[in-house]
Design a protein around this ligand. Structure first.
Ligand code: NAD
Length: 306
């Protein structure tokens, strides 16, 4: 059993990772400033510290608590916010990450797992589904910051011996998600349907994403803990689903009579996205378990009970 610090562990994905690690018997601490996360998402067995990852409180905590492993999920996670405010994005996503990494080297953590992006990493020119060896061409400051941290991880690996694993998530959906993230559309549509309002589809709704269930993402983190080497892995289903299809599934699951309504397309929005996860399959033994229909049903049920 290991001492594991999870940054962003009060957030959507981080809290599912925290839940799983607690169940597996690890000693877990969470650092989160609750900017989008919620205290009640943190499992009661985990210690909680309300600190900003950019602060000396967070770095001093690492020196005191001495985690063996850090799982880094805290981030400004909105692509839209990053487009409007690249400086703010870089402060959290680059400088915040460096603050955590600097402290991590001082206590010589043996593993550093990083919540990177596949959805916002490859850009429109990459083949579908994208592989890790395809050239990243991130189209947003958010994606650029994630790519920069992956490069920093390489530096910390070479210079300081930290073993990094970057997990390039596809568009993650599931219970506890909010409308801000890369698969935010699922949460936005469910909330609208449950309030009896009609969600608006941006553009024709035929833009695609690789929707991956949060339980499968948490499982990838668990497998990454056991992986002995440094690595960068796509974590996605390889399946493209368009927004209109998501709309139709959610309309059915919420028994809404409201058919699709289209608004203007978002300028610059990526048209297609999907990740080839063969490398994660081969090296981590990861395989997505949840199919989309079932995962959406779980998500709707969780939102109803909120
Ligand atoms: P989230 O907003 O639910 O989680 C982020 C957490 O980090 C929140 O609890 C928030 O309060 C915390 N946080 C933000 N800034 C902080 C700061 N400066 N200091 C301390 N805590 C801070 O979002 P999420 O969807 O769970 O994303 C988790 C990670 O996964 C992020 O790094 C995100 O970029 C990455 N990711 C998410 C998706 C997706 O589809 N949701 C896809 C690819 C990558």
């Amino acid at each position: 059993m290991s001492r594991i610090l999870i940054t962003g562990g009060a957030g959507f994905i981080g809290s599912h990772v925290a839940d799983l690690l607690v169940v597996k018997g690890h000693d877990v601490a969470v650092v989160d400033n609750l900017s989008t996360g919620r205290r009640e998402f943190v499992p009661p067995e985990a210690q909680f510290f309300r600190y900003d990852i950019k602060s000396s409180h967070a770095s001093e905590l690492i020196l005191d608590w001495r985690p063996q492993i850090i799982i880094h999920h805290a981030a400004q996670m909105s692509v839209q916010v990053s487009l409007g405010n690249p400086v703010l994005d870089a402060q959290d996503n680059i400088l915040g990450s460096l603050n955590i990494l600097q402290a991590a080297t001082r206590v010589q953590v043996r593993k550093f797992i990083f919540a990177s992006t596949g959805g916002a990493m490859y850009g429109d020119a990459a083949p579908i589904p994208a592989r890790e060896k395809d050239t990243p061409r991130p189209e947003s400051p958010y994606g650029i910051a994630k790519m920069a941290v992956e490069h920093y991880l390489h530096f910390y690996h070479r210079q300081h011996g930290i073993v990094p694993v970057s997990l390039r998530y596809a568009n993650v959906y599931g219970p506890r998600q909010n409308g801000l993230g890369e698969a935010g559309v699922v949460a936005i549509f469910i909330e609208k349907f449950l309030q009896g309002q009609q969600p608006v589809i941006n553009g024709d709704g035929l833009q695609t994403r690789d929707f991956t269930y949060v339980g499968d993402i948490a499982a990838a983190n668990l497998l990454a803990l056991a992986y002995p080497e440094a690595g960068t892995f796509n974590i996605g289903t390889g399946r493209e689903t368009d927004i209109l299809t998501i709309y139709q599934h959610l309309q059915k699951l919420t028994a809404s009579p409201l058919g699709p309504q289209h608004g203007p397309a978002k300028p610059g929005e990526q048209r297609r996205s999907s990740l080839n996860a063969d490398l994660a399959r081969k090296k981590l033994g990861w395989e997505p378990q949840m199919n989309l229909e079932e995962g959406l049903a779980h998500t709707v049920a969780a939102f109803k009970h909120r």
